[in-house]
Design a binder for this molecule. Structure first.
Ligand code: SF4
Ligand code: SF4
Length: 446
């Protein structure tokens, strides 16, 4: 038996094992289509490989060529094929007024003083907003996926979060102790993970990512926001994969609410802890005590990249995350933004844009928004669709290829995407093949 013949079988075995791992992983994720397709590929690969080795005598040069092709694919999958495109947030040159956000505008009830004031200075938004105002509010009867039991549970979670808005800030207690940033930073991160966060990072707080005026929440509407903290401790919480798969139906909004509650509990606790160390600290929680643009600050903290869909994409959980943060003057060592191929991959993928029912996600190139080159979500269209379905939708999060769970199989794909344009192209194609390019639009279009 020649060396080529000896090598041929185990190399084929590796391919078969890889496909078998994909079958198992798909079954565990309850991804039926991916499981069936990968099983068919596994049987074909095993049959062809074993047939070439045992049943059909093949010249060595054919086997050598097949193995060389496989080796080339593996190498091309992992070797860098150029610099990784980076999202650069340092050019941000304008603060956002929280009064312009959709959540704030949702609270301007017709005939109220806020409504009159806001639309007298923003007449171009009145027609757009009055259109979605004719639809039932999120979690109210009339939404396409409304379910009274889920709605009741979600409202009680948000009531719980609301009760915490009075605890986000407070007096600094005790003396300010000198701390060494090098020692304090890992300690704080460890504490945040112990409190239940899945990932944590520290950003030097860019003043451009602090809202300019209060738009909602307990503080006076329109008051200037003067948060000059030096750092933001930002963390992410994974949303359950199986629940995200049910988007845009009610379970997605329940999962969002659950994670917002966890984020609020962690950040209120963390802020209180830091104030006990003698340093100012403010928690930023949903419903609504946000003073900062969380995705932008999380990007600075090295937790992920902003994708085409407008959310932060984490290297481990993709878009399936919710964020929480505490801003503070506690001396810390900031992390750096990371890049793992999202900008390049999103250029090729477009799956979120194709599947967004109201076409709120851009299909074209990035544009410069307030000094940062990125994709800009049409928030008005997105929010209008939320009112149609009565939930926070999440379809884009569900279809994003980065949102697959962090298993060996998906991590190998992500490792390729980070470096190689071949891996990016093949992964877009492979994700469409395994999970489908377009989900059924029945019941979704509005
Ligand atoms: S949440 Fe839904 S409507 Fe909004 S951008 Fe994503 S897919 Fe589109
Ligand atoms: S679905 Fe594709 S294009 Fe959209 S954010 Fe995810 S990777 Fe990027």
């Amino acid at each position: 038996m020649s060396l080529i013949e000896i090598l041929f079988l185990p190399v084929g075995g590796m391919l078969v094992v890889g496909l078998a791992m994909f079958v198992v992983s798909s079954l565990r994720e309850r991804e039926r289509r991916a499981a069936v397709i990968s099983l068919v590929l596994l049987l074909m690969a095993a049959g062809i490989w074993y047939g070439l080795a045992v049943w059909w005598p093949t010249p060595d040069w054919v086997r050598t060529s097949v193995m060389a092709l496989m080796a080339a694919m593996v190498i091309l999958w992992f070797i860098p094929t150029g610099p990784i495109a980076v999202l650069d947030g340092t050019g941000a040159n304008e603060r956002i007024d929280e009064r312009d956000t959709m959540f704030a505008r949702e609270e301007y009830l017709p005939d109220s003083e806020k409504y009159r004031q806001y639309y007298s200075t923003h007449p171009e938004k009145k027609k757009i907003d009055d259109r979605w105002r004719q639809l039932p509010a999120i979690l109210q009867p009339g939404g396409r996926f409304y379910n009274p039991d889920t709605a009741r549970r979600v409202k009680s979670v948000f009531a719980e979060i609301h009760s915490m808005t009075s605890q986000v800030d407070g007096e600094v207690r005790g003396e300010t102790h000198e701390v060494e940033p090098d020692r304090m930073t890992p300690e704080i991160k460890k504490y945040v993970l112990q409190l239940g966060a899945d990932e944590v990072g520290v950003a030097r707080l860019n003043p451009m990512f602090v809202y300019s005026y209060v738009g909602r929440g307990p503080e006076p509407w329109g008051a200037p926001i003067d948060n000059r903290h030096s750092f933001a401790i930002v963390f992410s919480l994974e949303m359950a994969y199986q629940t995200v798969r049910k988007a845009p139906e009610m379970p997605i909004v329940e999962e969002s609410a659950r994670q917002y509650l966890r984020a609020a509990q962690i950040s209120v606790n963390l802020a209180s802890y830091i104030r006990n160390l003698g340093y100012p600290a403010r928690a930023h929680i949903s419903d609504s005590n946000y003073q900062i643009i969380l995705p932008a600050v999380a990007h600075d903290a090295g937790l992920g990249e902003l994708g085409r869909l407008g959310y932060l994409i984490s290297p481990r959980f993709g878009a399936r995350i919710r964020l929480g943060a505490v801003t503070t003057d506690l001396p810390l060592v900031p992390d750096r933004p990371i890049a793992f191929g999202v900008q390049d991959f999103c250029r090729r993928c477009l799956k979120c844009a194709v599947n967004c029912p109201p076409r709120a996600i851009p299909e074209g190139a990035t544009t410069v928004v307030r000094g940062v080159r990125r994709w800009q979500l049409d928030v008005e269209r997105c929010f209008h669709y939320w009112r149609v379905v009565g939930t926070d939708c999440g379809l884009c999060m569900k279809v994003c290829p980065f949102s697959h769970p962090p298993t060996i199989v998906h991590d190998l794909v992500r490792a390729g995407i980070k470096r190689s344009s071949l891996a990016q192209t093949l992964s877009v194609w492979g994700d469409d093949l395994m999970y489908g390019r377009q989900i059924s639009r029945e019941r979704l279009d509005g």
